[in-house]
Write a protein that binds this ligand. Structure first.
Ligand SMILES: [Zn+2]
Length: 104
């Protein structure tokens, strides 16, 4: 595929998520296409860190077996596992508990 085509139509944005109280790095998320809404993070789009990906990649029979997304510093719950409309596993993020930053 032509690179220009790809960059226009398949832009991927990387967001860094930090817990808001101590600005601790939580994860890196890649999002396809523009759009502000990031209240649900598709688990398969979490790009880093490796230990989080490993924790969420297990063979969980039910969505409620997937571990909560927690602040690595204090264990505060930042997101809870859910199933999106498209039947994908996602974290529903708690508003006000995280800060996101677009990586360039
Ligand atoms: Zn914390």
């Amino acid at each position: 595929m032509d690179l220009n085509f790809r960059s226009i139509f398949q832009r991927t944005f990387y967001y860094q998520f930090n817990s808001v109280h101590v600005l601790t790095y939580v994860l890196t998320y890649h999002k396809h296409g523009a759009g502000k809404g990031i209240l649900r993070l598709y688990i398969s789009n979490i790009a880093a860190p490796k230990n989080l990906i490993k924790n969420t990649n297990g063979n969980f029979s039910k969505i409620n077996k997937v571990p909560n997304l927690v602040c690595p510093e204090c264990g505060e719950v930042l997101g809870v596992p859910t199933i999106s409309k498209g039947q994908r596993r996602a974290y529903r993020m708690r508003q006000g508990y995280f800060h996101r930053k677009l990586e360039k």
